[in-house]
Design a protein. Structure first.
Length: 442
């Protein structure tokens, strides 16, 4: 039986789709959509601290108008009147700011469904310092509650209370497992626990070198799930990414990556070769929202080729009219519906015969729709830099062999500028694609 909550870290090489996998888990396991308020996100980095994650006081300037008081004093000049300033024009106030953890807890304590706190780049921050005493809450019992509770400070209690108020709740709405007591001074004390409604998912790039050490005690409180470089899933977007050709070639991105990662595994001399693999989404194809819309429009026009019946065109473009009393299409009536789909109406099409309209529009769209491919510039500037600066930073000989295999006269690269040329990019692709892959990916 699966637990009610998730507490895991997704790790893998850069570009393997970890962030996408978080949203898939949120949707499939927790029923939380990407824009749902039950999804609360944080990103760790070297300057991120305990106060950012839990709660802190932040200064805020408050602009005020200058105010003066008019008073009368006997035996004084100016008819005995005295003008005294009572307020100046600026003021600094300190306000409590709840961090992602307390925001997630407040919603989980009082909401009806699951809540997810997603922590991106979890190993880029100092987890021991960021979690602080909250680290103790990560141990969960069989029901999903924290086994151990911690006392909230006055600051954190006030932050939680303010966040509850924002959600239309009070401390009285907290569940019984979160003990609320009143001390001799009348101050409410809270024993904090993670509830089973709250899930935590972190992501981390294993290839990042300038990151904080994550100690064993912290790691053992999480489930670690490795993400392969091929990514997960088989939806339309993933298929389009896998099958996208490298710009200027017929080679599929997935085939190129397979051979590149085989080469890295064979030639990388250090340990943890999994960290040096290149993920499917390391570079994205150049598909755009507009390109997708125009492609869908072109697909909808295909069945209308050689069709002049108004009734058929009306199924695709609302507002189309027939011509006179007949069944044929009035070409000009298609313009509004066509432009609503994001395409510009070609001026030369106005006088086109109805039976020629679909093919004419398709021909025009073909000139606007660019092929979906992996840009060469991205391969040169991003992928080749990763290979030079990260994978083979200690020994560039494997990269030299990649470019020299196709041209014995070529000079071995001594700098990244020598390596990342158009000619060397072409040589690298040719060398890798001439190799026999260890296994074929579909």
């Amino acid at each position: 039986m699966e637990p009610r909550y998730l507490q895991k870290i997704l790790f893998g090489p850069p570009g393997c789709g970890k962030s996408h996998a978080v949203r898939q888990l949120a949707q499939q396991r927790l029923g939380i959509a990407g824009q749902d308020e039950a999804l609360i996100e944080a990103t760790f980095h070297p300057e991120y601290g305990y106060g950012d994650f839990v709660a802190k006081l932040l200064p805020q300037s408050r602009i005020q108008q200058q105010e003066f008081e008019l008073s009368q004093e006997p035996d004084k000049g100016w008819n005995g009147l005295r003008l005294r300033e009572v307020h100046d024009g600026a003021r600094i106030e300190y306000r409590i700011h709840a961090g992602p953890l307390l925001k997630a807890l407040a919603r989980a304590y009082t909401g009806d469904g699951p809540v997810l706190l997603a922590i991106d780049e979890i190993n880029r921050g100092n987890c021991a310092q960021i979690f602080g005493d909250m680290f103790q809450l990560l141990d969960r019992d069989a029901e999903g509650w924290s086994q151990y509770a911690i006392d909230l400070s006055d600051l954190h209690r006030a932050a939680l209370e303010a966040e509850l108020e924002r959600l239309g709740k009070t401390l009285a709405n907290l569940p019984e497992k979160v003990a609320v007591s009143v001390d001799a001074k009348g101050i409410r004390r809270i024993k904090l626990r993670l509830p089973p409604q709250l899930s935590l998912i972190g992501t981390m790039n294993t290839s990042d070198e300038s990151v904080y050490y994550m100690d064993t005690a912290f790691k053992r409180r999480w489930d670690f799930e490795h993400m392969p470089w091929q990514g997960a899933g088989d939806d339309e977007a993933i298929q389009a990414q896998r099958n996208a050709p490298l710009e200027g070639t017929k080679h599929r991105w997935i085939d190129f990556l397979e051979r590149l990662n085989d080469y890295i595994a064979e030639r990388f001399a250090g340990r943890n070769v999994d960290d040096k693999q290149v993920g499917l989404w390391f570079l994205r194809n150049n598909q755009t929202t507009k390109n997708k819309a125009l492609t869908a429009l072109r697909d909808d026009l295909q069945p209308l080729i050689a069709t002049e019946l108004h009734s058929e065109w009306a199924k695709v473009f609302a507002g189309t009219r027939n011509y006179g009393l007949g069944k044929n299409l009035d070409v000009s009536s298609v313009i509004a519906g066509y432009e609503d789909r994001g395409a510009a109406w070609p001026g030369s099409v106005v006088h086109t015969l109805p039976e020629q309209l679909a093919q004419t529009l398709i021909n025009d769209l073909n000139g606007q729709i660019h092929p979906v491919e992996i840009p060469r510039e991205a391969i040169r500037n991003k992928l080749m830099f990763f290979l030079w600066d990260n994978v083979f930073s200690r020994d560039s000989e494997p990269l030299a062999q990649l470019v020299l295999a196709q041209d014995a006269e070529a000079k071995p690269p001594r700098t990244f500028g020598d390596f990342a040329t158009d000619d060397n990019l072409a040589r690298m692709i040719d060398t890798l694609m001439a190799a026999t892959p260890a296994a074929t990916q579909t």
